[in-house]
Design a protein around this ligand. Structure first.
Ligand code: FES
Length: 340
């Protein structure tokens, strides 16, 4: 049975910091991928399998920009062409391992494993504030033993925060208002909601300096930008003189149907030179993500145990998540006509 993730989509294969001169192996969309940085700084993504035998190239060695297999030493250039066979003089013509389109937009390295040639038609999402100096940020990565749609769904319905992360909720907020708006395009879903004015949660007070008794609203927006990217925007005092914006940008990359790599970037547009605020937010979002992952992994175990498909009920808060599931399903269905 075909997996429930589309191939024709850009996914984050690694952070820029993970890919250096060494050979870096990552499994994504069920495929083994080798990543490394050429001497020019450009990143190569290549099938992590020697053309001679099924030996991983990532266990081999670099010879300049070439990679030599650790088993019999066959050597490949950055385009995947076989260029040297140490046991004979000539090289069998036309032998190559597959290479994949790569786009680096620091701190993310995006890789396209889909239909060859189609990558140029759809570029990775442009996130202008990702590397911007006026958006101080931190990076975290997780390997979550849960399907990628469980992650999207979790972050598209933040009504779970009252139960999962009660300390992060403003003290006078007892329920989130209904979604103001759910926008759907062919391949994305966005929602937004505005809360009533409340006093700040402890963390909001700590990082923004908003006074404990000051009442302000919150704007919360989330986007399923693609099956590989989720963006959330949280604004304290959105209509005030100085709104405080926190972004959580998450690359979700299926390793397989039951495992997802999550690349989590937290950025903000206030206290821009205060590294203590960066560390505070990093720690807080890390602890929240650990709890989120534990809940998602528990559900994945239940899903795997169920011997027949179970029907889940849905409520209004699931609206955006259901649309995201449908988009992914449509993308997978569209691909059923060709093999990757
Ligand atoms: S398996 Fe790679 S050179 Fe033989």
């Amino acid at each position: 049975m075909r997996a429930n993730y589309p191939f024709n989509c850009w996914y984050v294969a690694a952070t820029s910091a993970e890919v250096g001169a060494g050979l870096f192996a990552r499994r994504m969309l069920g495929k083994h991928v080798l990543l490394y940085r050429q001497e020019s700084g450009e990143v190569v993504a290549m099938e992590d399998r020697c053309a001679h035998r099924p030996h991983p190239l990532s266990t081999g060695r670099r010879h300049g920009d070439r990679v030599a297999c650790a088993y019999h030493g066959f050597e490949y250039d950055p385009d995947g062409r076989l260029v040297d066979v140490p046991s004979q003089e000539n090289v069998p013509p036309g032998v190559r391992v597959r290479t994949y389109p790569v786009r680096e937009q620091s701190p993310f390295v995006w890789v396209w494993l889909g239909e060859p040639g189609a990558a140029e038609l759809r570029l990775p999402p442009r996130l202008s504030w990702l590397g911007a100096d006026d958006w101080p940020s931190s990076m975290d990565t997780f390997r979550v033993e849960a399907n990628y749609l469980l992650l999207h769904e979790h972050y598209l319905d933040l009504t779970n925060v009252f139960h999962m992360h009660p300390d992060a909720v403003p003290p006078d907020l007892h329920a989130l208002p209904a979604l103001d708006e759910v926008e759907v395009s062919e391949r994305s879903v966005s929602y937004s909601r505005l809360t009533t004015a409340t006093r700040p949660a402890a963390w909001e007070k700590d990082v923004t300096g908003v006074a404990a008794e000051e009442r302000t609203a919150r704007l919360e927006e989330g986007s399923f930008v693609s099956p590989g990217l989720h963006v959330q925007r949280y604004v304290v005092d959105p209509h005030g003189e100085r709104p405080y914006t926190v972004l959580r940008i998450q690359g979700f990359t299926p390793e397989s149907e039951g495992v997802t790599h999550a690349f989590v970037r937290i950025a903000r547009d206030f206290a821009t030179s205060d590294s203590a605020v960066t560390a505070y937010l990093q720690q807080m979002f890390h602890e929240m993500a650990v709890r989120d992952c534990a809940a998602l992994e528990t559900m994945q175990i239940r899903i795997d145990e169920e011997t027949e498909p179970r029907r889940n009920i849905n409520v209004k808060a699931d609206r955006a998540a259901l649309r995201a599931r449908r988009i992914s399903r449509d993308m997978v269905d569209e691909e059923s006509g060709f093999s990757i």
